[in-house]
Design a protein around this ligand. Structure first.
Ligand SMILES: [Zn+2]
Length: 155
């Protein structure tokens, strides 16, 4: 029996032995899928993060209306830590989020300051939960606008 092994030389090959910097949590919104990827690449994180996508990002994890998603999320956090040694979770919520309108308040996106405060509240709740469930993991909280620009929120 012959076993044929082929190798492809990828210049952007992922270093599997070195582990992974972070787990990224972002919303499923199609308008920002490319922007999230571009943003992370701009930070030099290409091929260096795990990713889980749930509608609403932090809201999807923390809302009582999506409690099944929370279970999936926390299992993925534990797995990313075990398999890849992640040191942080990068949460990328975004403006004009349909899940925010559906699960939190229908006028979520009508006032920019209030929208920021709303997402911050949910991301802070997630960060608190991380401290309890996964002590030692850092949490970065970001709010992306529809043009791909990112506001970093204080923890
Ligand atoms: Zn969204």
């Amino acid at each position: 029996m012959n076993i044929i092994t082929t190798h492809t030389d990828h210049t952007t090959a992922v270093d599997t032995a070195g582990g992974t910097e972070a787990l990224v949590l972002n919303c499923m919104d199609h308008r920002l899928v490319g922007a999230v990827s571009d943003y992370l690449e701009g930070r030099g994180l290409r091929g260096r993060y795990d990713q889980i996508t749930l509608a609403g990002g932090a809201i999807g994890v923390m809302s009582d209306q999506t409690s099944d998603w929370a279970k999936t999320f926390w299992q993925h956090v534990a797995l990313a830590r075990k398999l890849h040694g992640i040191r942080k979770i990068i949460v990328i919520d975004h403006r004009d989020c349909g899940a925010c309108k559906l699960f939190v308040r229908s006028d979520c996106a009508e006032d920019r300051d209030r929208e920021l405060a709303t997402h911050m509240k949910w991301m802070e709740a997630l960060a608190d939960e991380v401290k309890t469930r996964e002590p030692g993991l850092e949490v970065e909280m970001l709010l992306m606008d529809l043009d791909g620009s990112v506001e970093q929120l204080d923890v």
